[in-house]
Design a protein around this ligand. Structure first.
Ligand code: FAD
Ligand code: NAI
Length: 469
């Protein structure tokens, strides 16, 4: 039986980062990963069928759309032609390189890797069934569960990955749909809906709630929906899907108003079901150590410790936002705690990004959350129409909003919508980690001309001295 300090089950952003950090701290560590859909690459959902392939298609399709609609303004005349197989190939090549990168990092940090499905069979014991059916038993003082999540299903809408797809199927459609119907106006639906709309599909989004992207500041969500509608995306809000009938050539989807009313149908070439994800613990043997997941399937933890001594859980399989950087953050904190250090995650400062066009990025509290808490706050705003770099680039959509405590001026939230704001929100995350006041950002010299100046101008707005709008 192989003896380790730590066994990590799962090779996604939670698991692989935990393994690397454990190796760095001198722990004898093994990462057990069964791959995605029987594949043998590390990286979990994020690298194989999540963050990375979706961003590859978002980037390529954004370039295609720009060539179609924006280049002429810049004096560049082209007639772009879509080569979908090449677009898919460059995505697969990048993903392949990234997953190989993790293998390299494992070697560099002396992390052992075992392929196969891990099952906890008792305290400190994990049985791994390899792709060839061979069973290996591993033994360690600590076990970290990082088994991630899977797409949630919807009764009456059966995913066949042909006509009705989940996010994995939507990343590899064989053609541009004439009409793509997306169920769920969340992050996956809007990102992947954007990809196919830019490539030429008509896209209709059916959402249960009467707004898009729950969790996003309501003012940002309204602006965002307006921008997507302008691009041609159609929304059916407050609508619930009740069934789907598939034929060889398409799908008939039935939906009805949540508030009550007559059912209607939509004819689609493809349907993307994207109504959230659920934690994955099938076959993990949790019962052998007395762990019972909660009603929604999440493993409950206190500082990444489960109820079973020596068993820890991080990432999508436990509570909190289902984001790669949240999993990564927890992996470091969990391993540092195992190694006797002081692990820490600031759950109030985990940024969120929707990588559409415009992008939406935020960190900290929304206005709705602050109002619900009864916290007095001030807001400063700055539109990109008044930002010189955005103007010069003909990319003036969106704005920045900063929320700060009315008394102390501590920054409580920052909300950005516009091109490439994903690269800008980190500035506010750092400021908030240092518990900065909005005045700290307002009085920090920013380079000119950059979009980041909008961050400063919005901060100035908290005390009413925005200078450039
Ligand atoms: P996962 O990445 O799901 O990894 C779990 C791994 O464990 C998998 O390889 C799985 O096969 C393996 N496993 C499960 N059970 C066992 C077992 N018993 N034995 C061995 N191995 C096992 N997040 C972002 O932050 N930014 C984004 O842009 C983003 N885009 C996304 C786009 C899409 C389309 C999707 C679906 C998700 C996206 N996410 C994004 C979310 C992100 O992918 C997840 O939050 C992240 O992958 C969670 O990491 P994890 O390590 O907890 O789990
Ligand atoms: P989501 O939780 O973001 O959105 C799901 C949407 O579906 C919600 O608007 C919800 O109200 C709606 N919905 C639920 N049931 C419905 C029903 N029966 N009919 C119609 N609408 C319904 O989930 P999504 O988009 O599936 O993404 C899952 C997770 O993956 C995200 O929460 C996020 O954590 C992660 N992710 C992150 C990305 C990023 O960081 N850029 C990109 C993609 C995914």
């Amino acid at each position: 039986m192989a003896q380790y300090d730590v066994i990590i089950i799962g090779g996604g952003p939670g698991g692989y980062n935990a393994a690397i950090r454990a190796g760095q701290l001198g722990l004898k560590v093994v990462c057990v990963d069964k791959g995605i859909d029987g594949g043998d690459t590390l990286g979990g959902t994020c690298l194989n069928v999540g963050c990375m392939p979706s961003k590859a298609l978002l980037h390529a399709s954004e370039m295609f759309a720009a060539a179609n609609t924006e280049f002429a303004t810049l004096g560049i005349e082209v007639t772009p032609k879509l080569n979908l197989p090449q677009m898919m190939k460059q995505k697969a090549d990048s993903v392949g390189a990234l997953t190989k990168g993790i293998e390299f990092l494992f070697k560099k940090n002396k992390v052992d890797r075992v392929r196969g499905a891990g099952k906890i069979v008792g305290p400190g014991k994990v049985e791994v069934t390899g792709p060839d059916g061979a069973v290996t038993t591993l033994d360690a003082k600590d076990i970290v569960i990082a088994t991630g999540s899977l797409p949630s299903g919807l009764p009456g809408v059966e995913v066949d990955q042909k006509r009705i797809v989940d996010s994995t199927g939507a990343l590899t459609l064989p053609e541009v749909p004439g009409h793509l119907v997306v169920i769920g106006a969340g992050i996956i639906g809007l990102e992947l809906g954007s990809v196919w709309r830019r490539l030429g599909a008509k896209v209709t989004v059916v959402e249960f709630l009467d707004r898009i992207t729950p969790g996003m500041d309501a003012e940002m969500a309204k602006t965002f929906q307006r921008a997507l509608t302008k691009q041609g995306m159609e929304f059916k809000l407050g609508s619930k899907v009740t069934g789907a009938k598939t034929s060889k050539t398409g799908v008939t989807l039935t939906y009805e108003p949540v508030a009550g009313g007559a059912a209607e149908t939509l004819q689609a070439d493809y349907v993307l079901l994207a109504i959230g994800r659920k934690p994955f613990t099938d076959g993990l043997g949790l019962e052998s150590v007395g762990i019972t997941p909660d009603k929604r399937g999440f493993i409950e933890t206190d500082h990444w410790k489960t109820s079973a001594p020596g068993v820890w859980a991080i990432g999508d399989v436990t509570h909190g936002p289902m984001l790669a950087h949240k999993a990564e953050e927890e992996s470091v904190a969990c391993i540092e705690t195992i190694a006797g250090k002081a692990g820490h995650v600031n759950y109030g400062i985990i940024p969120s990004v929707v990588y559409t066009s415009p992008e939406v990025a935020w960190v900290g509290k929304t206005e709705e959350e602050l109002k619900a808490e009864g916290r007095a706050y001030k807001a400063g705003k700055f539109p990109f129409t008044a930002n010189s770099r955005a103007k010069i680039n003909h990319e003036t959509e969106g704005f920045v909003k900063v929320l700060a405590d009315a008394t102390t001026d501590e920054i409580l939230g920052a909300h950005l919508i516009g091109p490439q704001v994903s690269e800008m929100v980190g500035e506010y995350a750092v400021a908030m980690e240092f518990r900065a006041a909005s005045e700290d950002v307002a009085r920090t010299c920013h380079p000119h001309p950059t979009r980041s100046e909008a961050l400063r101008q919005a901060a100035m707005g908290v005390e009413g001295w925005t200078m450039q709008a």
